[in-house]
Each structure stands twice: as C-alpha cells, then as structure tokens.
Design a protein around this ligand. Structure first.
Ligand code: HEM
Ligand code: NAG
Ligand code: NAG
Ligand code: NAG
Ligand code: NAG
Ligand code: NAG
Ligand code: MG
Length: 264
C-alpha cells in the first residue's frame, strides 16, 4: 500500500527544470517557481492573466481573488495588450517595491534576483523554533523597512507598498505552512504524520527552499495546500502582520481604486 502510494503522490507535481539562458524570471518567487515547475511556460514569456491564475491554483491552490490585482497591474509592465514577460515585472513602483524580503531596493542595486544578504533577515527570523508565523513575518517586514529607510534615500513607502508587502508575507506563510493560521508546525506536522512522512523540519525549511531555489520542496515533504488560499483565508494573518509591524508611511499616495469593492 505504502509502496504504491508514493509514486501516486509524486506524479501529480510538474517536473522541476532550471531556467535556460533565454528563459526569463521575475522579482516574484511565486511566479518563478510556477515557471520552473512548468505550471507556467518555462520561457517566462507571453503570460496571460488566465494562465497565471490557473498556474497559481494548480501549483499552490492560491485562488484568483488574492492575486488578480497584481496580475492586472502586471500587464502595464510591457506593451503587449494581454500578456507580460516575467522579467518586465522588475519595473520599479508598478508592483515591484522597496524593502523586499529577498531582493535589493531598486536605487541600491538589483531588484530582480534573489540576494542572500537581503534574505538573511527572514532566514534568521523566529529564532529558537522551526517555523515562521505572522508575528515573525511582521518583524521581518519591520526590520527590512528599517534597513531601507536607513540606507535608501530614494525609498518609496506608501500604503500601496505596505499592502503588497503584507499580502506577499501572507502568501509565503500560506503556501509553505498552515494556510489557516500562517503558523508552521501544526498543519504541516499533521499532514506529514498522516502520510507517514514526518521529517522533523517544518515551514522555515520550506520557505527557505522556495525563496533560495524557487522550487516546491516536494522531496522534503511539502504538499500543496488542501484548501484554496484566498484573501479571506489570509485575512487573520494579515491582521496580525499589520498590528505587529509598527508601520508608518514615508509618503502618502492618492486613494488607489483597485476594483468596485476595493480602494486603499
Ligand atoms: C501563487 C501566486 C503568487 C505567490 C505565492 C507570490 C509570492 C510572492 C512573494 C512571497 C513575494 C515577495 C518577494 C520579496 O519581497 O522579495 C512576491 C513579490 C512579487 N510578486 Fe508575487 N506571488 C504570486 C503571484 C504574483 C502575480 C500574479 C504577480 C503579477 C503578475 C506577482 C508579482 C510580483 C512582483 C512584481 C513581486 C516583486 C515585489 C517586490 O518584492 O518588490 N506575483 N510574490
Ligand atoms: C510573444 O509575444 C511577442 C510579441 O509580444 C511575439 O513576438 C512572440 O512571437 C511571442 N512568442 C510566443 C512564444 O508566443
Ligand atoms: C534617487 O533620487 C535622486 C534625487 O532625487 C535622483 O537624482 C536619482 O536619480 C534617484 N536614483 C534612482 C536610482 O532612482
Ligand atoms: C546583495 O545585497 C547586499 C546588501 O545590499 C549587497 O551588498 C550585495 O552586493 C548584493 N549581492 C549581489 C550579488 O548583488
Ligand atoms: C509565532 O511564534 C512565536 C515563537 O514561538 C510565538 O511567540 C508567537 O506567539 C507566534 N505568533 C503567532 C501569531 O502564533
Ligand atoms: C487538510 O489537511 C489538514 C491537516 O492534515 C486536515 O486537518 C484537514 O482535515 C484537511 N482538510 C481537508 C478539506 O481535506
Ligand atoms: Mg522589490
């Protein structure tokens, strides 16, 4: 039974391949991972909104409602009317923002590729336990912003950036940990125990592989969430992040109308 079950579990994830020299990638570890596994075209080029929404659902069980605004904004990164190329998403202050958790600020260096020095704030977060959660994500957002405020005279830090950063934190907590609590140990531990794959390392390891290698940590025991991750499921953890990140704007922006029921 067990022997038969393993191939069945592994068969359902698309194959991981490294990008080739002509493939393009983005400042988004989520989209890059989906392209590296073939949920998106491995070229990273000519991606439509329906392709990105379907890939997020198939790869991570992330529902459209939580990423559709980013996807629509993303079309403004290039001239094509209905598609985008992943590398164009580096366009500063469209979606790409300062105080990222794995990339440098635009004015200071490379805002596109993963940077281990920048990532060390998150890598070392929540010391003493083997998971990240909404409290540690808030601390990471606070500390990364403090570094940017101290070193980047060109920083952009308005409610728009804060909203994006908070949603991105909730996304990594949800896809790599427990999508209900944003905590690490509980959901993953129960799930691994239920399929006899208790490995002893939990979402911090998964989160690190996701950012550093832009892949799904399938061999390490990670599985796609069994519930669809939505704005609703991320609401509580985003509230904890907002309450604990001690955030103040550097500049204000005009109200951004993002849809018939969403203005920030
Ligand atoms: C399953 C879907 C997605 C996941 C899990 C995801 C996750 C993330 C995470 C964790 C970051 C933060 C990276 C950092 O701060 O260093 C990020 C950044 C970003 N995402 Fe996504 N994302 C998803 C979908 C999308 C979509 C649909 C778009 C637009 C087409 C998008 C565009 C971006 C961009 C441009 C950034 C860079 C922001 C910055 O850090 O400066 N993402 N994403
Ligand atoms: C992608 O779109 C560009 C123009 O936007 C076009 O020249 C190219 O042929 C397209 N590539 C593919 C693979 O569809
Ligand atoms: C940073 O701001 C200064 C002063 O406004 C400007 O001259 C410079 O071009 C900016 N640099 C970048 C990379 O945006
Ligand atoms: C990574 O970021 C750090 C801190 O900004 C910087 O000193 C370093 O040069 C960057 N590394 C690369 C490879 O860009
Ligand atoms: C996150 O983990 C830390 C360390 O275990 C804990 O003190 C904190 O209460 C946790 N936060 C949440 C929201 O569970
Ligand atoms: C999802 O997985 C968790 C953890 O194993 C389990 O408690 C829950 O019942 C599962 N939910 C569904 C809808 O299968
Ligand atoms: Mg950035």
């Amino acid at each position: 039974m067990t022997l038969l079950a393993f191939p069945l579990i592994f068969c359902c994830y698309s194959t991981l391949e490294s990008p080739t020299a002509t493939d393009v990638r983005s400042p988004c570890p989520g989209l890059n991972t989906l392209a590296n596994h073939g949920y998106l075209p491995r070229s990273g080029k000519n991606l439509s909104i329906p392709m990105m929404l379907q890939a997020a659902l198939d790869g991570f069980n992330v529902g459209s409602d939580s990423i559709i605004q980013a996807a629509k904004f993303g079309l403004l990164s290039g001239d094509a009317p209905t598609t985008l190329d992943l590398d164009a998403l580096r366009l500063h202050n469209l979606i790409e923002h300062d105080a990222s958790i794995s990339r440098q600020d635009f004015a200071l260096g490379d805002n596109l590729h993963f940077n281990e020095t920048i990532f060390s704030t998150l890598a070392n977060a929540n010391p003493g336990v083997d998971y990240y959660n909404a409290t540690s994500a808030a601390q990471v957002q606070h500390d990364r912003l403090a570094i940017s405020l101290a070193t980047n005279p060109n920083i952009t830090n308005t409610p728009k950036e804060f909203l994006l950063r908070t949603r991105e934190s909730a996304l990594y907590l949800s896809i790599m940990g427990n999508p209900v609590t944003g905590g690490g140990a509980e959901g993953v531990r129960h799930y691994l125990a239920s399929i006899s794959m208790l490995t002893g390392d939990f979402n911090n390891r998964f989160v690190q592989i996701f950012f550093r290698e832009e892949r799904m940590p399938i061999e390490e025991g990670w599985r796609r969430s069994n519930i669809t991750i939505t704005a609703e499921t991320m609401n509580d953890m985003e509230g904890i992040i907002i309450d604990n990140s001690d955030w103040t704007p550097t500049q204000l922006c005009e109200d951004l109308v993002l849809g018939p029921t969403l203005t920030i």
